[in-house]
Design a protein around this ligand. Structure first.
Ligand SMILES: C[S@@+](CC[C@H](N)C(=O)[O-])C[C@H]1O[C@@H](n2cnc3c(N)ncnc32)[C@H](O)[C@@H]1O
Length: 192
């Protein structure tokens, strides 16, 4: 499992994350970052002019992430501990990309009300026309919320679906999977 994670960080992550829209110099909020399997490759791509806010309610996973970052001398990760509240302690329109990867599902967000509060905060902190990237795991048709529910809620929060990737190489539970990723833009009008 460790080898697969290392392979992801070394070989696959940059291609997938660049395709998804991560760019040098961006400010990225990795909401529910865990031990940083996305945070770390993103920190590499965005470089020293960029910043990743690594937000999680689990102090142990954030400790692990910061230890991993220290070992490879990454200094553009801002540890962001929370108590699990949906409110985000960042300024309005201050972030280029928010990742909601493997978090918006029954295990962490069974209540529509909580998903809506989080989405409204994501909308607030994103710059105009900025990117919300969703890795929609565990959203099966036999369980609430379903993917279609979450998609509707994101659109109701004033985002539009810009790109739907299938077969994106992603790391999930220690395995590489060809996965769906959905990119939404802030705003309710598709700009040409
Ligand atoms: C399944 S892990 C996904 C980690 C990472 N995004 C990834 O895809 O590898 C979900 C993470 O979201 C965090 N999380 C869940 N609900 C949260 C909340 N309300 N506030 C902050 N973090 C939360 C958990 O602590 C956990 O680290």
């Amino acid at each position: 499992m460790k080898d697969i994670t290392e392979k992801w960080i070394r070989e696959d992550s940059e291609k997938s994350l660049t395709e998804i829209g991560i760019r040098k110099g961006q400010k990225v909020l990795d909401w529910g970052c865990g031990s940083g399997n996305y945070t770390i490759p993103i920190a590499r791509i965005i470089g020293e002019e960029g910043l990743v806010y690594a937000l999680d309610k689990d102090k142990k996973t954030l400790d692990e992430l910061m230890e991993r970052a220290k070992l490879i001398d990454l200094r553009n990760i801002q540890r962001t501990d929370t108590a699990g509240e949906p409110e985000i302690g960042l300024d309005n329109e201050s972030v280029d990309v928010v990742l909601l990867y493997d978090v918006l599902h029954y295990y962490y967000f069974p209540r529509a009300e909580d998903r809506k509060r989080l989405l409204s905060e994501v909308y607030r902190v994103l710059k105009p026309n900025a990117l919300l990237s969703l890795y929609p795991t565990h959203l099966q048709s036999y369980m609430e919320p379903k993917l279609e529910d979450v998609e509707t809620e994101i659109k109701e929060a004033n985002f539009y679906l810009e790109t739907q990737y299938s077969g994106m190489v992603m790391l999930h539970s220690g395995n590489l999977e060809n996965s769906q990723v959905m990119n939404f833009r802030k705003g309710n009008i598709r700009r040409e």
